[in-house]
Design a protein around this ligand. Structure first.
Ligand code: DQA
Length: 138
């Protein structure tokens, strides 16, 4: 199975930004661990800080790949366009968040993506990604 991990804005700074919330590991090193945990999956990783590039990527893989694990960062709480892009494609999307957004500011409680996602995994640190990928092995 072909699975894309899609990371949105500021997630290129994992391991550097707000370590108390997001931990001290870079996504690149975590991605190596993930690949070794799922030897039977074809895992790819793409990150962009720009909303349009994230939409283009959803369109590119969203009619042929088997699953998308999507952390849209702050665009989760602002982007009607990303929600529409998820609705437009066929590939199931699992929304993930590293932090438990429901324990944080009220503006992080709203997601424009959730309605169109297969499921949501929130608050398990980087392990949220592993749990989401695991859902595609079932
Ligand atoms: C996040 C939560 C968002 O509210 C925040 O803007 C992020 C990261 C998370 O993974 O916990 O950038 O999506």
């Amino acid at each position: 199975k072909k699975i894309l991990i899609l990371n949105g804005p500021n997630l290129n700074l994992l391991g550097v930004r707000e370590k108390g919330i997001y931990g001290d590991q870079s996504f690149e090193t975590y991605f190596e661990e993930l690949k070794s945990q799922f030897p039977n999956l074809e895992l790819s990783y793409f990150q962009s800080n720009s909303e349009g590039s994230l939409i283009d990527k959803l369109h590119e893989v969203g009619f042929s790949w088997d699953g998308i694990v999507f952390n849209a960062g702050a665009y989760t709480h602002t982007s009607v366009a990303l929600g529409d892009a998820i609705a437009a494609i066929n590939t199931p999307v699992v929304e993930v968040h590293i932090s438990n957004v429901h324990q944080r500011e009220a503006f992080r409680h709203q997601s424009y993506l959730s309605k169109n996602c297969k499921g949501i995994i929130v608050g398990f640190g980087l392990d949220s990604y592993r749990l989401a990928i695991d859902s595609f092995t079932k």
